[in-house]
Unconditional design. Structure first.
Length: 600
């Protein structure tokens, strides 16, 4: 599993870098005009593609040769296929090193003679692809060394060789890239792509492996307490082997994650990729993991209290509890850390707090809605089943008890989650701020419910009609409820939620149209705002409040940030813009608020 994860990581890094490079090259912006001059795109592609292939050949060849020598000196006495390994390593090294040296010297000379080559997107894609691939092999080697140290695998010379060779490759290219820096948005984006892909993949690997370790410890502690495992004098604890098996992967992945996330990416605040990593993967993913684990705990407990468990002994039935508790511990740890980071960055980037809270509110309201809808549908199916069989099902069969346990679980999780966040959302919408009604998360949620609900309703109605017609034509209507109870459950859920969300959609359209009509009483202004490094959130919120697009100028002064305007009344600012005597309006945020200037 670890090797598979590392291979996937390599593929993602390489393909992601190549994809971004292709997309960036196709963009026709003024900033790329200077970058595209130089040796030319086709020639540049040739040199960097050959260089990366040759370098990987040489590095792998050297690792195979050094690994063979270490195995011969330290490894097992009997080695199979040694001649093939040595021949492969020598051939890759002999061919790869001269090929890379020749092409790389030409590339270095081109960069010296034509400085603009340092800002080439293709060059950055090459550098960060090398960094990603070499990091993958170095991590694999480090994991192999630790596993051998912990006694869970045999000695492999390749592991030591891979760490030495690929760490050297990584360090060389990292120092080279840091020396050049990133002078354009495109080259900065390539760096971010590398940093957050590495951070995301290593976070997932570290979290999953630490979860395996924690689960092993808790599970064995549980079994010891339940007296299902008895330790004899001098016998090691059962989880020791599991810990040693996963500890190498956990330590290596956690170290790489900490270096990239806590150190390399510490100053990259406000980017889209960082927001996706922090908010979508870490915080949202961590909280969803916790919710699923809580659901398992509640459902398992209810099954034991009044359901039909598969096991007759509590010690066997609740063996799932350590795994669920582990998921809660790991999920909460990941979510809390990244939530603290996000909260600090909200304070730095003024204006992002509202969009941050709004997005999470709609996301968790959607999760709660799914849980509530599932509870209602399961309850309806259970009631229809009881009606179809008769009241004796309550005393005769116990299968309905598990359905009731599932209904209560989904209701306990979904109802408060949806109710809490939806009430908060509707209160904000009730303030009359246009940005709340036209917010993208709100539209996504409403249209998702309407679209999926209509499709589910059509499918359920069609299947119900099919069952009715089939049974009617067969002359036996007694089995209609038995075969259509799931469809009836879907229909009931759709009947509950579709009208409400349709009403929300119509109300949003009506109120939005009224607000837009009011704003159109004053002609649209040509608004330009001068913002600092963190001013894009303010631009987006002002556009939402105005109902149309505005222009912005980015300040070129170093380390400039838009002043603290988090408490600004946007409606009052809109009124000042509309009251401007001419069409052209310039906005300058400062420590006292926003200065509104008119110009011709």
């Amino acid at each position: 599993m670890d090797f598979f994860t590392l291979v996937v990581f390599t593929i993602i890094v390489v393909l992601g870098g190549i994809l971004y490079g292709i997309v960036a090259l196709t963009r026709r912006t003024r900033g790329l005009g200077e970058i595209d001059r130089g040796i030319g795109t086709v020639r540049r592609l040739y040199f960097y593609i050959v260089s990366i292939v040759a370098l990987m050949m040489a590095a792998n060849g050297m690792a195979l040769v050094v690994g063979f020598l270490l195995d011969s000196l330290i490894g097992p006495a009997t080695l199979t296929g040694t001649s093939v390994r040595l021949a492969t390593g020598l051939s890759l090294t002999v061919v790869g090193i001269p090929l890379w040296v020749i092409h790389w010297r030409i590339v270095v000379r081109q960069v010296v003679e034509i400085p603009v080559e340092e800002r080439s997107v293709i060059r950055k894609v090459y550098l960060y692809s090398i960094l990603g691939v070499s990091l993958t092999f170095a991590m694999s080697g480090a994991i192999g060394i630790l596993e051998w140290s912990f006694g869970t695998s045999s000695f492999k010379g390749w592991s030591f060789a891979a760490v030495a060779v690929f760490t050297a490759v990584w360090l060389y290219h990292w120092r080279l890239e840091n020396g050049e820096g990133q002078s354009t948005p495109e080259t900065t984006a390539v760096r971010r792509l590398y940093l957050y892909i590495v951070s995301a993949v290593t976070l997932i690997i570290a979290a999953s492996t630490f979860a395996q370790i924690i689960n092993a410890v808790l599970l064995d502690a549980y079994e010891i307490m339940m007296a299902t495992v008895v330790l004899r004098p001098g016998e090691s604890v059962p989880w020791n082997d599991v810990v040693r098996g996963y500890l190498g992967t956990a330590l290596v992945s956690a170290s790489v994650w900490a270096i990239h996330w806590l150190y390399f990416a510490r100053r990259d605040v406000g980017s889209l990729l960082r927001s996706i990593y922090v908010n979508l993967l870490a915080i949202f993913g961590g909280i969803v993991t916790v919710l699923f684990a809580l659901g398992f705990l509640i459902y398992g407990g209810l099954i034991w209290v009044f359901g039909v468990p598969d096991e007759i002994f509590a010690s066997s039935h609740f063996r799932f509890a350590p795994g669920a508790i582990t998921s809660i511990i790991v999920g909460l740890s990941v979510a809390i850390h990244h939530w603290m980071v996000a909260s600090d960055e909200i304070g730095i980037h003024v204006g992002q707090a509202d969009s941050f809270r709004r997005s999470y509110a709609y996301a968790f309201a959607g999760i709660g809605l799914i849980g509530l809808a599932s509870a209602i549908a399961t309850l309806v199916v259970m009631i229809v089943g009881i009606v179809e069989v008769g009241v004796e099902v309550i005393t005769g069969s116990d299968l309905w008890r598990n359905s009731l346990a599932f209904t209560l679980t989904m209701g306990v999780i979904g109802t408060p989650l949806w109710g809490w966040y939806w009430i908060w959302i509707q209160r904000r919408v009730g303030t009359g701020v246009l940005a709340e009604r036209i917010a993208i998360p709100r539209r996504i949620l409403i249209f998702a419910v309407l679209g999926l609900g209509v499709l589910a309703l059509l499918g359920a109605l069609s299947y119900l009609a099919f069952i009715v017609f089939r049974e009617f034509l067969d002359g036996d209507m007694s089995t209609v409820l038995r075969h259509s109870k799931e469809s009836i459950g879907i229909i009931v859920v759709a009947a509950v939620f579709l009208p409400y969300h349709w009403f929300l959609y119509r109300a949003d359209r009506r109120v939005t149209r009224e607000l837009v009509d009011v704003s159109q009483d004053s002609p649209r202004k040509a608004v330009t705002v001068i913002v600092g490094d963190n001013g894009m959130a303010f631009v987006r919120e002002l556009q939402d409040a105005l109902g149309y697009g505005i222009s912005f100028l980015q300040r070129a002064d170093p380390n400039t940030e838009t002043s603290d305007i988090s408490g600004l009344d946007l409606q009052e600012l809109v009124q000042r813009i509309n009251n401007a005597p001419v069409r052209n309006v310039l906005l300058i945020p400062d420590v006292t608020g926003v200065t509104v200037l008119s110009y011709r």
